[in-house]
Design a protein around this ligand. Structure first.
Ligand SMILES: NC(=O)C1=CN([C@@H]2O[C@H](COP(=O)(O)OP(=O)(O)OC[C@H]3O[C@@H](n4cnc5c(N)ncnc54)[C@H](OP(=O)(O)O)[C@@H]3O)[C@@H](O)[C@H]2O)C=CC1
Ligand SMILES: C[C@H](CCC(=O)O)[C@H]1CC[C@H]2[C@@H]3C(=O)C[C@@H]4C[C@H](O)CC[C@]4(C)[C@H]3CC[C@]12C
Length: 270
């Protein structure tokens, strides 16, 4: 049932007039997804905390050809905010076609410092708010037979040093949304769930956080954003980007986990 409902080839017209929420859209990959969707003439509702940045992204989206573009600013640390965002979509459009969950809260890139409060807060922002957005949006997505896109990381499939709290939140997304996908298929709910497994991408925040410690060259955020949009519309189960690097990593994880761990550690500068 799930595979029957998935189209084979991507065509930009598939997004024309679609109603899309993008979280974490004020910078990085989320901002780039907003620009691709705007060029494809989608209706956009963007969210993040920083109003000034969102205003600029909305302005650019309208210049690029978005059918409409608006924002709602706020923090996903506030447990009432996910519902506020979805209500805005409901009041504006009366429905929703695609929910792209992409935001992340700040976390340090270093040895785990024992701060349980930080892990709890990060789970709220990076995981629980994704669940809350999904719960609020589901009636509209069922109605439109729409799509949920969850942006995760290789750090949510195989752990690397210095990202214990972050990695935990990304593993949680896989568990939750992969279980939900089963249930949708059992109950014949035609809402697709795409989990995006990304390697190192050249966003300002990621490069600032890890370039002093990691040897790898980051992949381009513009191409990454386009691949996420495509895989969501094509109702794929998972996106692996960049595909060869993530594919090899996942293969090694299953056949030679200790070897993979040593490779990951050796990609860190001493
Ligand atoms: N870049 C990379 O190397 C990789 C990224 N990913 C994933 O890709 C996605 C995007 O990453 P990237 O573009 O690098 O991230 P950025 O740091 O560039 O963007 C994060 C976005 O989330 C928003 N945000 C931050 N805190 C909050 C909050 N408390 N409430 C609501 N929104 C918030 C930020 O805006 P504001 O500050 O205005 O709120 C911003 O729009 C994430 O899910 C990440 O895990 C996965 C693997 C690698
Ligand atoms: C080191 C990892 C790659 C291992 C490999 O051998 O390929 C990186 C792949 C994904 C990175 C993290 C990520 O998911 C984004 C986070 C964004 C934050 O702003 C801080 C950094 C990240 C934790 C980043 C760290 C390196 C990776 C785990």
């Amino acid at each position: 049932f799930y595979f029957y409902s998935a189209p084979e080839n991507f065509n930009e017209e598939m997004l024309r007039g679609k109603r899309v929420i993008v979280t974490g859209a004020s910078s990085g990959i989320g901002e780039q997804m907003a620009y691709h969707l705007a060029r494809m003439e989608a209706h956009l509702l963007l969210t993040a905390r920083t109003e000034a940045k969102l205003q600029k992204v909305v302005k650019r989206c309208l210049e690029l050809g978005a059918a409409s573009a608006r924002y709602v600013s706020g923090s996903m640390e506030d447990t009432t905010f996910p519902e506020v965002v979805v209500k805005e979509a409901e009041n504006t459009w009366g429905g929703l076609d695609v929910l792209i969950l992409n935001h992340i809260g700040y976390s340090y890139f270093n040895y785990f410092n024992g701060d349980v409060g930080h892990v709890r807060k990060l789970l709220e922002v990076n995981f629980l708010s994704y669940v809350a957005m999904t719960v609020s949006a589901l009636p509209m997505l069922k109605e439109s037979e729409g799509s949920i896109v969850v942006v995760s990381s290789v750090a949510g499939k195989t752990a690397a040093p210095f990202s214990a709290p972050y990695s935990a939140t990304k593993f949680a997304l896989d568990g939750f949304f992969s279980s939900l996908r089963h249930e949708f298929i059992i109950e014949k709910v035609n809402v697709s769930i795409t989990l995006c497994i990304l390697g190192y991408i050249d966003t300002e925040n990621a490069v600032r956080a890890v370039s002093h410690a990691i040897r790898d060259t980051p992949a381009p955020k513009e191409e990454c954003a386009l691949e996420i949009v495509k895989s969501g519309v094509l109702r794929r189960r998972e996106l692996h980007y960049p595909s060869r690097a993530v594919g090899s990593l996942l293969l090694l994880r299953d056949i030679a986990p200790d070897f993979l761990d040593s490779l990951i550690r050796s990609s860190y500068k001493q």
